[in-house]
Design a protein around this ligand. Structure first.
Ligand code: MLT
Length: 263
């Protein structure tokens, strides 16, 4: 499905009925990365999953896309679907977006799941490295990002070739503009640490114990700072914990959701 949000074409999935559970993908993915969760929940829940601006079926912007801009797009989509308050689930970059959404639209938030993500902004070195990658993508195309990132999405001990192929599939299609816009947006993103204490909804902070992209210590720090947080660190799981440990992740999500939006 497609909607026009702020004059941009946004691709999205909207299945099932009831209060919405909204899945926001990470970088450099698109909404299909949540397929297992959408299929698992849609019989009992309304599930919405947008492609962020510049990814999947969503139109790209020419410049840096801030986390606030992505959050505004998610909010604009929910407004156009007239969903009412949502439980937002954000993975990694999607978590940066979910934290921006929580700050900007607290009344539209019924619950928050922060998956393999962090509140801190980039260090100057990390921001410089992202800008350098953006330049490389401008010159060589977005596949270099797939080559660099796909192997880091699963736990280091996981040699399952089919899983790695699936991870690469979730990173397609990619456009130069989409990848550059998100890289530059992440490089300039604000530190959200100071906003955590104001999050006033049930919050699930979950990550994989073997995440090599964002250390689990970041999740522990966020969970300590968010008043109604529950922390879960799943063993034998890397950065893309929702895919690598799909069954455990889905069970956890369903159990956590039940008291928030009903069984
Ligand atoms: C992601 O999975 O969204 C990225 O690893 C986030 C990042 O690069 O900070």
């Amino acid at each position: 499905m497609h909607a026009s949000v702020d004059g941009f074409r946004i691709g999205y999935t909207d299945e099932g009925r009831g209060p919405p559970v909204v899945f926001v993908h990470g970088f450099p993915f698109q909404r299909e990365v949540w397929r297992a969760q959408v299929d698992f929940l849609k019989a009992s829940r309304r599930v919405v999953a947008p492609d962020l601006r510049g990814f999947g079926e969503s139109q790209a912007a020419p410049d840096a896309v801030s986390m606030e801009r992505f959050a505004d797009d998610v909010h604009g989509l929910l407004a156009s679907l007239r969903t009412g308050p949502a439980v937002l689930i954000g993975h990694s970059m999607g978590g940066y977006v979910a934290l921006a959404f929580a700050s900007r639209y607290p009344r539209m938030l019924a619950g928050l799941a922060l998956v393999a993500t962090r509140a801190v902004k980039d260090t100057p070195e990390a921001a410089a490295a992202r800008r350098a990658t953006a330049e490389k993508v401008r010159a060589e195309g977005p596949r270099i990002v797939v080559e660099a990132m796909a192997p880091k999405m699963l736990s280091p001990g996981n040699a399952d070739a089919a899983m790695l192929a699936a991870v690469r599939g979730f990173m397609s299609p990619l456009t130069r503009e989409g990848v550059i816009g998100a890289l530059l947006g992440m490089a300039e993103r604000r530190d959200a640490t100071g906003t955590l204490g104001r999050i006033d909804v049930p919050t699930l902070v979950v990550t994989g114990a073997d995440d090599v992209l964002i250390p689990p210590a970041e999740s522990e720090r966020m969970a300590r700072a968010i008043p109604r947080a529950r922390l879960e660190i799943l063993p034998d799981a890397g950065h893309l914990v929702s895919y690598e440990r799909e069954a455990e992740f889905n069970r956890l999500l369903a159990e956590w959701l039940a008291p928030i939006i009903g069984p």
